[in-house]
Design a protein. Structure first.
Length: 145
């Protein structure tokens, strides 16, 4: 049984840490804006175990003209659950929530190895690859939801 529900920022750390910040201090899992009232965190549970997370921040990326923008950050599925459709399930659920907002642009900085996953779901690359210090190569990706 799989369920998706809104969770607290700190609850995301148990998935963010091993997937996105492995070998770094747990404090590195806290993102600026995590606790703002406009930020929302969602967890995917499999038999009540948190296996995936995604966080959505009201944040503008200046390369886009749209005024209503939401940034996806910290999208992660525990390694043993990757490649089984759980990331797609979580992201599509959250996209549906954003459809209530008029003309919403969803964007994020995708790790280079995740670009194929996002392209399969209709996201496009904007601009060239860039490096995030101590994390790796990324691309800005986006989609109007």
């Amino acid at each position: 049984m799989h369920t998706i529900k809104e969770i607290a920022a700190a609850d995301t750390f148990s998935v963010r840490h091993p997937v996105l910040r492995s070998g770094k201090p747990i404090e590195s899992c806290h993102f600026d804006g995590d606790n703002l009232p406009t930020t929302h965190h969602y967890g995917l549970f499999s038999d009540e175990k948190l296996i995936g997370v995604a966080s959505f921040f009201k944040n503008r990326q200046t390369v886009f003209p749209e005024t209503n923008q939401v940034q996806l950050r910290g999208m992660a599925i525990l390694e043993e659950f990757q490649g089984k459709g759980f990331g797609e399930l979580l992201l599509k659920y959250c996209e549906q929530l954003l459809k209530d907002e008029e003309n919403c642009l969803l964007w994020f900085n995708a790790r280079s190895h995740a670009v194929g996953f996002y392209k399969k779901l209709g996201y496009q690359i904007k601009g060239d690859a860039f490096e995030i210090k101590d994390i790796g190569t990324h691309f800005i990706m986006y989609k109007n939801v």
